[in-house]
Design a protein around this ligand. Structure first.
Ligand code: PMP
Length: 308
């Protein structure tokens, strides 16, 4: 990743990609106390546009607030920075990664003189779970790792350290030959994937776990809005793993994962083992929306990187 041409915004300045470095005593590197976002920009007919930029930046600020970290830039400043990074790297479509982390002014958990640094990078990143899986769907398995408990690490924050749990689960799943993990909460109910929210469809109704142990995903919110547009009932509730087994359809959502069908859970085919019709409709409208072709919702959620 580090050996590329391009520019990364770091603490108020655009720096050469290869020069965007930090010290080994960076506090966040040691203890994981930092916050980040994953945002996508898409090519639209009217230029490159960031999808739900304001919502992502607001979540970044809220994550920092939950951790008690003071971000030195306003939301509107960081919105403009993200547009600028996409623009100045001449990206037609992009994955954007803002992150706030503590500096190396002190070590130990008690360090209280730490500077908050903020960086924003962007690069081209295709389908996170594989291009062919957008149609074919993925095979997942229930993780032996539980998702965070609300009072262990708070689940509303997209915090760096929380992703150790995600990586343990993902590595376990991929080592066993699956594409992704399905994590249960500490009570045993379905929470989410390692970096995705989960939905199931049964008898025409869309179900998704409530947000107790899952991240408040922006793609999740988008799918709920699309389902509302289509008149598909949506129920947020506790879901058991066997409810997923007998679902007609299942899919993951995430900025990186977009809308990825799940075709098998714990070696049981979901429905007929192929992408289901409701998944396909929501997925194709999601791509229309992010690429600016779904005016009812695009008008509010599409943020062009070039001034218009
Ligand atoms: N859950 C987790 C744990 C995630 O990391 C992500 C990705 N940010 C999601 C869900 C999906 O969130 P979003 O749709 O906002 O990308």
């Amino acid at each position: 990743m580090e050996d590329r041409d391009g520019l990364i915004w770091l603490d108020g300045e655009m720096v050469e990609w290869r020069e965007a470095k930090t010290h080994v005593l960076t506090h966040t590197l040691h203890y994981g106390m930092g916050v980040f976002e994953g945002v996508r920009a898409y090519k639209t007919d009217q230029g490159t546009a960031i999808f739900r930029l304001e919502d992502h930046t607001r979540r970044l600020h809220n994550s920092a607030k939950i951790l008690g970290m003071k971000l030195p830039y306003t939301e509107s400043h960081l919105n403009e920075v993200q547009r600028q990074v996409v623009r100045e790297n001449h990206l037609e479509s992009a994955y954007i990664r803002p992150m706030a982390f503590y500096g190396s002014e002190g070590m130990g958990l008690r360090a209280d003189n730490l500077k908050v640094h903020v960086m924003v990078a962007a690069w081209h990143w295709g389908a996170y779970l594989g291009a062919e899986n957008i149609e074919k769907g993925i095979r997942i398995r229930t993780s032996s790792y539980s998702r965070h408990h609300v009072n262990v690490t708070m689940c509303k924050a997209k915090a760096n350290g929380a992703y150790m749990n995600s990586m343990l689960a993902l590595r376990e799943a991929t080592a066993a030959g699956y594409d992704e993990a399905m994590l249960l909460d500490t009570q045993g109910f379905v929470a989410e994937g390692s970096g995705e929210n989960i939905f199931i469809v049964r008898d025409g109704v869309l179900y998704t776990p409530d947000l107790t142990a899952a991240l408040d995903g922006i793609t999740r919110r988008t799918i709920i809005a699309l389902a509302n547009q289509f008149g598909i009932p949506v129920v947020e509730k506790r879901i058991t793993r066997d409810e997923v087994y007998i679902a007609d359809e299942a899919f993951f959502t995430g900025t990186a994962a977009e809308v990825t069908p799940i075709r098998e859970v714990d070696d049981r085919p979901i429905g007929s083992g192929v992408r289901g019709p409701i998944t396909e409709r929501l997925q194709s409208t999601y791509f229309d929306l992010v690429e600016g072709r779904y005016p009812p919702l695009a008008d509010n959620w599409i943020d062009y990187v070039e001034a218009r």
